[in-house]
Write a protein that binds this ligand. Structure first.
Ligand SMILES: Cc1cc2nc3c(=O)[nH]c(=O)nc-3n(C[C@H](O)[C@H](O)[C@H](O)COP(=O)(O)OP(=O)(O)OC[C@H]3O[C@@H](n4cnc5c(N)ncnc54)[C@H](O)[C@@H]3O)c2cc1C
Length: 319
């Protein structure tokens, strides 16, 4: 974007009160200067100038339309379980997609759900119907939208295996995209690079029987609680696995488990988790990420890339 266009956007966003006032005409729940730590699993981060909580697909359509039309930059969060919010918060608008955008329907083996639906809830409901395909997802704390955008996965499975199409809001309007247009790869889709709001997703499951599907779900949930820190706030795995290896293994081998910066600590249970053991700051987490990736680079000549999304103002080198 040319610098002058950028300056124009910023000057618009600086008028926070005017933006909030406009958004209040489109959406019932708009909060100014809202602390984002309340909305993310890490329990870290400063305020959003304006947090918008659409309570229906129609509200979300109107909000997205307005933001696109006025070229107002914005961030989206679902359950906020894969993000690290800067200590200074986020200038401009954040749209949180959850409650009110959580309707879903099954038609035979086909499941259509709104972006704010909890992924574990969908997985458990599918299991009770004996529908297989989402067992891996029962323990992933995600909204459906966040799970699709991240191509969330576990136990060798991922969203890409069940996803058939998504409905998205983009500056050009509303579009339906199929798997070939989504560029699914390990923990990513092209939606991460596009100005697109995921509204709804359609999944195709396989008919099996409830006993088998529930048993597999329970087995994988148990494995998760045996191998991952369940208690303290975190954002799950911090780094992407490098090709052919596991970030957790590399971090473990360099002896970084238990390493601490402020109240951020590398988990003793799973080395690729950083946990917030008190009042950790985003700067603590970033400092710890630097330490860990530095140790891994020194010993293995492997550069770890963050899996978590850093939102807000961070120094260039950390993003
Ligand atoms: C304890 C724990 C365990 C975890 N285990 C796993 C695991 O096993 N496997 C795994 O893959 N992940 C795991 N995660 C990470 C996280 O749960 C996933 O990445 C999840 O998909 C994030 O969903 P979310 O709704 O929280 O998205 P957020 O964290 O809110 O957002 C993630 C990204 O998606 C974008 N986004 C969210 N919703 C939308 C939307 N509707 N439209 C457009 N963009 C959107 C955001 O802008 C952001 O870039 C774990 C996290 C925790 C805390």
């Amino acid at each position: 974007m040319p610098p002058c266009a950028n300056a124009l956007l910023l000057s618009r966003v600086n008028d926070v009160a005017a933006v909030a006032a406009e958004l209040k005409t489109l959406c019932r729940e708009v909060r100014e200067n809202e602390p984002l730590r309340r909305h993310v699993s890490f329990r870290i981060g400063g305020p959003a100038d304006v947090l918008v909580l659409p309570r229906s697909a129609d509200e979300l359509r109107k909000i997205a339309d307005w933001l696109f039309k006025h070229r107002i930059p914005f961030e989206i969060i679902g359950q906020g379980s894969n993000v690290l919010i800067a200590d200074g918060g986020i200038r401009g608008v954040v749209v949180k997609i959850g409650k009110g955008l959580d309707r879903f329907t099954f038609k035979d083996t086909r499941l259509v759900a709104e972006a704010g639906t909890g992924l574990p809830h969908l997985a458990r409901t599918a299991a009770t119907k004996g529908l297989s395909g989402l067992e891996f997802a029962a323990g992933i704390p995600a909204s459906l939208g966040g799970a699709v955008v991240m191509n969330a996965g576990a136990h060798g499975h991922a969203m890409s295996e069940v996803l058939r199409e998504v409905r998205v809001l983009v500056p050009e309007g509303e579009q339906v995209l199929g798997p070939s247009e989504l560029g699914f790869a390990y923990r990513t889709t092209v939606l991460q690079q596009r100005r697109a709001v995921l509204l709804e997703a359609t999944m195709e499951l396989t008919q099996s029987d409830p006993v088998t599907v529930r048993a597999r779900t329970d087995e994988w949930l148990k494995h998760r609680s045996d191998t991952q820190p369940i208690g303290p706030p975190s954002s799950g795995c911090v780094f992407r696995n490098p090709p052919g290896d596991h970030a957790g293994r590399l971090i473990d081998v360099v002896g970084a488990k238990g390493l601490v910066v402020g109240d951020a600590r590398v988990s003793e249970i799973h080395a690729n988790y950083i946990v917030n053991v008190g009042e950790a700051k985003a700067a603590d987490v970033v400092g710890l990420m630097h330490k860990v990736s530095g140790l891994v680079a020194e010993k293995f000549r492997v550069r770890l890339e963050p899996e978590i999304k850093l939102l807000g103002e961070f120094a260039q080198t950390t993003r």
